[in-house]
Design a protein around this ligand. Structure first.
Ligand code: SF4
Length: 341
């Protein structure tokens, strides 16, 4: 019998499953407490369940379907974990400590369909969606591994989260639920390359999660070059959808802008960006690119970065310059996986 991953179930589904089996519904909540509150990943240790039930559960279910195959720690404390999945595929998760919090960066797909030019994941093509349980398992691993509370989660690892919509949203609901990990919705960010059908669905969910959009250029020519998804969902359509998203959800959108020397980091690019974002409830994160040796992209010099930032600030756009983290451990999206396979 192929075992099912119990992390694929939300509380209601597990209760229904037990009822169908002629078991007691409350066992579902007991199991959720062991897994999500007490960090127990072994049915045999769930001491308030009968010995018989523990044995049956171990025969029917797995808990963590991931095997940690490599772990790297950067000089800046960023840690990168590479996991092997049950079918032999590999994905990675990253934990990024700052003074006040630890952020977990989670993958949602094996590989990616969208082939962004600056991204190692895109170079490897798409293999498959991650299951809900495989997404949650990364968070549990980071939590267990660090023995600390992960108090911020970003779906910014390998894959386009909104292209694996149902599994990602279900994982988020379990992670957010009081019966699950209880991570506040506002501490959870979905990062999208601009997948319009997903953004349209997301605006109707009534969730308080954050949306961040990788924009990287404010003109179609440059964005087509960097992000081929732009050919299918071009900037005018994307911006129209995001305006609707902001109006409907009353939430701010964050734009990620990777600065690449000689490609999108000039003052004209900054002017185009400020023009495009004028009047929008948004903020911008500028990120000097992590060099990917296969692609030949380099970050711009300090002066160019500061001029870019200064222009946006003067245009009244809330702008932050983010440090590149974990460069010494290949922490840019997909780089460790690429070295491994
Ligand atoms: S940046 Fe995101 S959407 Fe683009 S190729 Fe990488 S994983 Fe895919």
């Amino acid at each position: 019998m192929v075992k099912e991953n119990i992390l694929n179930f939300d509380l209601k589904e597990l209760e229904q499953y037990f009822l169908k089996q002629g078991r007691k519904k409350f066992h579902a909540r007991q199991i959720f407490t062991w897994i999500y509150k007490k960090d127990i990943r072994d049915f045999s240790l769930m001491s308030d369940l009968s010995a018989e039930l523990r044995k049956e559960l171990a025969e029917e279910f797995t808990i963590l379907d991931l095997e940690l195959v490599q772990e790297l720690e950067s000089r800046d404390g960023t840690r990168k974990l590479l996991f092997k999945l049950k079918d032999g595929q590999v994905v990675e998760a990253v934990s990024i400590p700052t003074e006040k919090r630890i952020t977990g960066c989670i993958s949602t797909q094996v590989g990616c369909k969208f082939s962004c030019a600056f991204c190692a994941s895109g170079l490897m093509g798409f293999k498959r969606n991650l299951e809900t349980g495989e997404i949650i398992a990364q968070v549990l691993f980071l939590k267990g591994n660090l023995s600390e509370r992960i108090n911020n989660l970003v779906f910014m690892g390998i894959g386009e989260p909104l292209d694996n919509y149902d599994n990602v949203l279900k994982a988020i609901r379990i992670i957010n639920a009081a019966s699950g990990l209880g991570v506040g919705a506002r501490k959870i960010t979905i990062s999208s390359a601009g997948f319009i059908p997903g953004i349209k669905r997301l605006m109707g969910e009534g969730l308080q999660i954050e949306l961040s959009v990788s924009i990287h250029a404010a003109d179609n020519t440059t964005r087509n070059l960097l992000m081929p998804i732009n050919k299918k969902y071009p900037l005018p359509d994307l911006m129209r959808t995001l305006k609707e998203y902001i109006q409907k959800t009353n939430r701010q959108v964050t734009f990620e802008y990777i600065l690449i020397a000689g490609v999108n980091s000039g003052i004209t690019h900054a002017q185009n960006l400020s023009k495009m974002l004028r009047g929008l409830n948004c903020k911008v994160n500028l990120i000097p690119c992590n060099p990917v040796k296969e692609l030949g992209y380099e970050p711009p010099g300090k002066l160019e970065i500061l001029l870019f930032k200064d222009h946006l600030l003067k245009a009244g756009i809330d702008t932050t310059l983010r440090l590149t983290r974990g460069r010494d451990i290949q922490a840019a999206c997909g780089q460790l996986r690429m070295e491994f396979i």
